[in-house]
Design a protein around this ligand. Structure first.
Ligand code: G3P
Ligand code: CA
Length: 253
């Protein structure tokens, strides 16, 4: 199963996760960007899931359609039939015109044969019934060993633990104050995803998280300086918008 344990030698790049895909491959959270990560040396692809008005899981980061499509308004107020018509590529370049917002199942369909792992962030707050929509699809694709649910929301991860215990969980927390084990223990998380700025100010937190038996990943690091710093800090994973570039920088595996 997916693990964030420290399976890397000191000084090596640990797990790399392509944040919303790979920006070199296409617009964020679209199939070309996600496919680019699957073809890179990164172990994980990270993506964001939300439900449409009619309960269809789609890949989108923002609460509204406005920034990354030619639609407007909140995701929760739009039906899948409306969302599937939108152009999710032109906002980046005319070259990407016509690229669609993916249904989660389209992403799982390309993840399955790749052998890679995914961090699926459940955006916002989810009920157990809503999590089941996603966990059922993950099981349908037999990906429960290669998917990790992530959320900033402890209650969402508790719901996931209850209804889909075989899918592992990580908690995203901009800051990690207090006991990491207590934080992760509330939802049975295997690791903590936290911000570089917090760890820079509190470098001892990496040891605290490791001592608690948890993995630590940092988001979102996009330059060689912070990649080097993350390695020196001894984190397990790096979330980046450009995993292929990080792979080239890190050299042959
Ligand atoms: O995994 C951490 C990161 O994805 C959380 O931030 O806003 O890019 O979803 P955001
Ligand atoms: Ca995310």
């Amino acid at each position: 199963a997916t693990t964030f344990s420290t399976l890397r030698a000191p000084g090596e790049v640990g797990y790399v996760a392509g944040h919303r895909g790979d920006a070199e491959g296409g617009p964020e959270n679209t199939l070309p960007a996600l496919q680019a990560v699957l073809e890179s040396s990164a172990e994980f692809v990270e993506t964001d899931v939300q439900l449409t008005a009619d309960g269809v899981p789609i890949l989108m980061h923002d609460w509204t359609l406005d920034r990354t499509t030619d639609g407007t308004g909140p995701v929760w107020a739009s039906t899948w039939e409306q969302v599937r018509e939108l152009d999710a590529g032109s906002w980046v370049s005319p070259d990407f015109a016509g690229i669609r917002v993916p249904h989660l199942t389209e992403f799982l369909g390309i993840l399955q044969p790749s052998g890679k792992h995914a961090i699926i962030e459940l955006k916002g707050s989810w009920t157990a019934e809503q999590v089941i929509i996603v966990s059922n699809l993950v099981h349908d694709w037999d990906l429960q060993q290669r998917v990790v649910f992530a959320s900033f929301d402890v209650k969402t991860l508790q719901a996931a633990q209850q209804v889909a215990p075989s899918i592992q969980r990580v908690i995203i927390s901009r800051e990690v104050n207090g006991d990491p084990q207590a934080l992760a223990g509330t939802c049975g998380a295997i690791g903590i995803v936290t911000s570089m700025s917090f760890v820079q100010r509190n470098p001892e937190v990496v040891d605290r998280i490791h001592t608690a038996g948890l993995g630590v990943m940092l988001y979102t690091l996009n330059d060689e300086g912070t990649w080097s710093e993350a390695i020196t800090l001894g984190v397990d994973g790096i979330i980046t918008d450009t995993p292929a570039e990080l792979g080239r920088w890190a050299g042959p595996e």
